[in-house]
Ligand binder design. Structure first.
Ligand SMILES: [Fe+2]
Ligand SMILES: [Fe+2]
Length: 288
């Protein structure tokens, strides 16, 4: 790319919910979307989780292969995270749940193992060096005159009978939050345009209707205020997420959020964000 470039383009989409590696229609649509994104000269693609309706790594590998085939499988070209659907097998959790012996530790262990599997599968997109690392992580990428930093956080957390009955509620662990407040992190981000990346939505319906409130509860990000504080602390310019299947943009607490909506609802739409070297940015939803 031209080193004198003074603006870059991010492409963001989310919630593919592919049925599995045999979902040929879904993969055709994905190929079409990626081709369109590449053709517009996007510098980096962010995919914010819920790739599959399965937690099977042999499904995940097909996404890796698609990206490899298109020459996109590299650290500076793509950022990809898991959503709750990639990490929690709801059926299995409900089947083995025993109210007399809730086995919280076993559940946490299974969840942790899934995250590790995901990070291992996509390790070249996380560290760029083939080493496996976990959340949160940071990528500082210099595109000519524009420096972009991604602060990538996991917001999915284990299924629980009472507290997380659909596995769709989110929570950022204390460990991750602490890591984000490490002074070294802020130092590493200096002079760069900071983009927060995670799966869960800050805003869901937020209406007064009880039915909406009940729905909000099942998929809300529990400690969103703390995550917002971390993002404000790190001077994030924008935050990208998915989970709530709507293409939307909104402000909360002075922070601009972009919901990459849902590929599963509209595979011909993505969010494009242009960022200038002086930190100005513009966003639009693009229909291909
Ligand atoms: Fe989703
Ligand atoms: Fe989700």
């Amino acid at each position: 790319m031209d080193l004198s470039e003074t603006s870059i383009k991010l492409a963001h989409f989310s919630d593919l919910h592919l049925a599995g590696r045999q979902d040929s229609r879904g993969f055709e649509r994905l190929d079409r979307l990626l081709t369109a994104i590449v053709n517009t000269g996007s510098n980096h693609i962010v995919i914010t989780g819920d790739l599959f309706n399965s937690t099977d790594p042999s499904d995940w590998v097909t996404i890796k292969e698609v990206l490899q085939k298109k020459g996109l499988y590299s650290w500076d070209k793509v950022t990809i995270i898991p959503g709750n659907h990639d990490l929690i097998n709801l059926e299995e959790e409900m089947r083995i749940y025993n109210s007399l012996n809730p086995d919280t530790n076993g559940r946490k262990k299974r969840f942790r193992r899934k995250i590790n599997e995901f990070c291992h599968m996509f390790r070249e997109l996380i560290t760029g060096e083939g080493e496996t690392s976990g959340f949160p992580y940071i990528k500082v990428i210099n595109f000519g005159e524009v420096s972009i930093s991604f602060v990538v956080v996991n917001t999915a957390y284990p299924w629980a009978n009472i507290d997380n009955p659909l596995g769709a509620r989110g929570q950022v662990s204390m460990g991750e939050l602490e890591a984000l407040f490490d002074p070294e992190v802020k130092k590493a981000l200096q002079g760069s345009f900071v983009v927060g990346v995670f799966h869960h939505a800050f805003r869901i319906y937020e209406t007064d209707a009880l039915i909406d409130q009940a729905f909000d509860w099942t998929m809300e990000l529990k400690n969103r205020e703390e995550l917002l504080n971390a993002m404000l602390h790190l001077n994030a310019g924008i935050v990208l997420h998915g989970h709530f299947h709507r293409f939307q943009t909104y402000m909360i607490g002075g922070m601009r959020f972009f919901n990459g909506g849902s590929f599963s609802c509209n595979p011909r739409r993505y969010s494009e964000i242009s960022i200038e070297s002086d930190g100005r940015y513009a966003q639009r939803f693009v229909d291909i």
